[in-house]
Design a protein around this ligand. Structure first.
Ligand SMILES: NC(=O)c1ccc[n+]([C@@H]2O[C@H](COP(=O)([O-])OP(=O)(O)OC[C@H]3O[C@@H](n4cnc5c(N)ncnc54)[C@H](O)[C@@H]3O)[C@@H](O)[C@H]2O)c1
Length: 429
């Protein structure tokens, strides 16, 4: 996106003005009430598990157990849990033992992709509520087993697509629903980086083989190997596909894919460049590209409507541009709600929506980490108060199916038709 600073400023201000003119994002307006925190355990406390642990609000989630096979991660997590959540928190090296801790009501799962299905089903069968990181699972059958287990156990299953708890996304969705940018026929999404994704293998005596990792290389760089991972598709595309599903209320019916391992021929098994086109009903086409040879533009989603364009960038910036040069000429921040300037009105809107403060303005400077806290708050509120789950197993599985079929299309460089009856729901709202 070659946007001048002036153009960006215009886009941000347009967005803020439009937020003030559209109804409050209903799904995030939830009265903050004091509640008994949900007592939870967390398994897989590496990069993302660490983020969740750091951002889990003790007012809603009390982390009373941590589980990781790698001693350093386990010990670090235990210290945080004991300091912030529960001085008596316990540590485990396998999930089965943690599930036997009877006071745990919920399990947060942030292990590598290949363990999501098995661990979620085990936790649900043990009567725990489950928050499982995205992609929901590595295979479609596993997703279905997770749904079935949640239904049978009558427990809450949430998938960690945090954008569903991000006030910016709710504002954009509200705007699209109210017709601000007209009819949308194309969404362009991308996630570009210039790095190898390869992690340094630690020098340690730790033996990962009992847990299915051939050696430390496979343990540490699980993302690069097919046994554990769906590469860029599960790690990145799944988020953006899920958002387009949600915003459009439709599900893709075919996917064309290409790509390959072009730059990093270092023994990895997954592509370092992927390009996909997803066709949705009624003429909507989503494109996604993820490359590891160039970081220009980093990551964003752009909605091209007949009346305007919405750009959501880096999970924390939103811009709106009108078609045909109908940009409002007045760029000054104006008063629109009583005495509150637009910027402030927008901030307080976001604050209301979230039930708690967010940092920065609504159209820029939103701290993307806040969405992780909000999704965990939401998870607890669904369990305690019956708040709607904004990314349940059905939503997670719909996105996972498109992700898995897309991965297959890239690998075989083919078109995959996606039968509507493979989705758990073909009627999103
Ligand atoms: N929502 C997001 O924005 C987001 C961002 C990054 C990662 N993720 C997801 O989080 C998950 C984990 O990714 P990561 O980057 O944190 O990986 P990671 O490699 O940094 O961490 C994985 C952790 O799981 C532990 N582990 C592995 N097998 C285990 C087992 N059998 N039992 C217990 N612990 C085990 C490892 O020791 C490690 O601590 C992935 O599914 C990934 O897609 C989500």
């Amino acid at each position: 996106m070659n946007l001048t600073p002036e153009k960006k400023e215009l886009g941000r201000r347009n967005f803020i003005k439009a937020v003030a003119a559209t109804p409050v994002a209903g799904a995030l307006v939830w009265k903050a009430s004091s509640m008994t925190p949900v007592r939870a355990g967390i398994v897989g406390i590496g990069g993302q598990g660490g983020v969740l642990l750091e951002n889990a609000p003790p007012s809603h989630i009390r982390i009373s157990a941590v589980c990781d096979i790698f001693p350093d991660n386990r010990e670090r997590a235990l210290k945080i849990a004991q300091e912030r959540h529960d001085p008596n928190a316990k540590a485990y090296s396998n999930l089965e033992d943690m599930l036997n801790q009877r006071d745990l009501e919920a399990i947060i799962i942030a292990t590598p992709l290949w363990m999501h299905g098995e661990m979620s089903v085990a936790a649900l069968n043990a009567g725990k509520h489950v928050f499982c990181e995205k992609n929901m699972a590595k295979g479609i059958d596993e997703c279905r087993q997770m749904l079935d287990a949640a239904k049978a156990a009558r427990r809450n299953l949430q998938i960690g697509h945090q954008r569903n708890y991000n006030p910016l996304y709710h504002q954009a969705k509200q705007m699209i629903d109210s017709g601000t940018i007209g009819d949308i026929y194309h969404v362009r999404t991308l996630w570009h980086r210039n790095n190898s994704w390869r992690r340094t293998v630690p020098e340690t005596d730790f033996d990962p083989t009992p847990w299915g990792y051939e050696d430390l290389e496979h343990y540490k760089n699980w993302r690069l190997y097919k046994k554990f991972s769906l590469g860029l598709m599960a790690e990145l595309a799944s988020h953006q596909i899920q958002i387009v599903n949600w915003f459009s209320g439709r599900l893709p019916e075919r996917v064309f894919g290409t790509g390959g391992t072009h730059l990093y021929k270092d023994g990895r098994e997954i592509p370092d460049h992927v390009y996909l086109m997803y066709d949705y009903p009624d003429g909507l086409t989503l494109t996604f590209s993820s490359i590891q040879s160039n970081a220009w533009d980093h990551y964003y989603e752009v909605y091209f409507g007949t009346k305007g364009t919405i750009l959501l960038s880096g999970e924390r910036e939103a811009m709106l541009f009108y078609e045909g040069g109908h940009e409002p000429s007045e760029l000054k921040v104006e008063n629109v709600q009583g005495d509150a300037p637009v910027m402030q009105a927008s901030e307080s809107r976001a604050r209301d929506a979230a039930g708690t403060a967010v940092s920065g303005g609504a159209a820029g400077g939103f701290n993307a980490l806040t969405a992780y806290r909000l999704e965990l708050e939401g998870f607890a509120q669904t369990i305690r108060d019956g708040r709607p789950n904004l990314c349940d197993g059905v939503e997670g599985m719909n996105a996972a199916i498109a992700t898995i079929m897309g991965y297959d299309a890239v690998e075989k460089q083919i078109r995959n038709d996606i039968r509507p009856d493979i989705y758990p729901s073909s009627n999103l709202s």
